[in-house]
Design a protein around this ligand. Sequence first.
Ligand code: DWN
Ligand code: SAH
Ligand code: ZN
Length: 405
Amino acid sequence: MVQCRICGGPVEEFIDFGRQPVSDSLVTPEAAGSEFFFRLAAGVCTECTMVQLIEEVPREKMFHEDYPYRSAGSVVMREHFEKYSNQLLGSELTGDAPFVVEIGSNDGTMLKTIGRAGVRHLGVDPSAQVAEFAKEQGVRVRTDFFQEASAREIAEADGPADVIFSANTVSHIAYIGSVFRGVDALLGPDGIFVIEDRYLGSIIAQNAFDQIYDEHFYLFSVTSVQAMARRYGFELADVQPLSVHGGSMRYTIARPGRRTVSAAVTEHVEHEREAGLARTETYHRFAEHARDSCRDLVRLLTELREQGRSVVGYGATAKSATVLNHCGIGPDLVPFICDNTPAKHGRLAPGAHIPVRPSEEFSRPYPDYALLLAWNHAEEIMAKEREFRAAGGKWILYVPDVHLV
Ligand code: DWN
Ligand code: SAH
Ligand code: ZN
């Protein structure tokens, strides 16, 4: 039995996707044969309910010079981060010489608004190319992994921080104890540590099995984040549901007693108990649904190929690595994937080796069907590509189950 990385309790495995590649390591055709694979499986701790991977991928294999993801690839996400930056500027960052640190600052999409307001800030991100892009936007970035040692150096040089913010990153860090010890060293006495991440409740409700992949070492819930905060000497003071990324949650963590604990925390813990997030059968049902979705998706794509219909993928997402590789979907069923990230163009999707091409090719000519691998951006993408449906095209989605739009 695997031990929980948060509380040491027993982790019960509930899903096994078998041999999987590193989800954001799109390969050049020449390097296609030398990819790193690992066993992608997830379990739930029967003590603190933290969902976590069974096998940890070395962090250098995931986050490095070549890391391709750009937060700015979505207008909705750009607006989301700008809105929250302005919210922080009007609340937590109004004192004398406020200082904010972002863990996983990526291309600076969040911090550029803070920097333009003249507020002291520091992004921390180990992926050098994307960090360089942030610096070109005037954002101050330390190209490094946030952990206890680097946090202590930041505290020494610039600290303490009024706010430590992190979106879709803390869940990517298996060595979470070091992150919290770093937060303890860097955060001021009344400071807040704000984590935004995909919400386990939404993932279970939508059968979004593709949100399980190498980078997502943890899938957070209010119950498990409350336990995690306590475990490291902090307190979960507030939670706020968010619609981004298919359903996320914003967790506000503070030092014990320094902030009033919102009723929303206990309300969500109670709701999660009722939704069965502490019951292992919930997760076994989730795994069963994932198998059904894979079966239905391959069946549909095979039928379309036999009918001579054209299909392309839309959005070379990290999560699509799980779908394509677990369901065995390759270029024979999906000849190429369109994506708006220049760093992904000319590369092959990890493991499945489906070529990724610029989004402009989507309409040259439109395919009969488009497999929406970026389903979490459906509204934004379908609005942008409304001509596709107007021309008779159909979107294939697999969350919450396989269906056409
Ligand atoms: O958690 C994570 C999130 C924040 O981003 C990281 N582990 C890595 C990454 O995951 P992802 O790749 O699944 O994220 P997205 O935001 O679902 O990726 C969308 C992909 O689709 C990007 O490659 C950009 C592309 N895209 C596009 O081609 N046209 C996106 C939009 C909105 C578009 O209009
Ligand atoms: N916050 C952005 C990017 C999320 S992608 C957004 O929400 O869009 C995850 C990011 O975390 C990547 O840029 C990766 O390089 C970074 N990352 C991974 N481990 C990290 C660590 N220990 N410290 C800081 N950044 C880290
Ligand atoms: Zn646990």
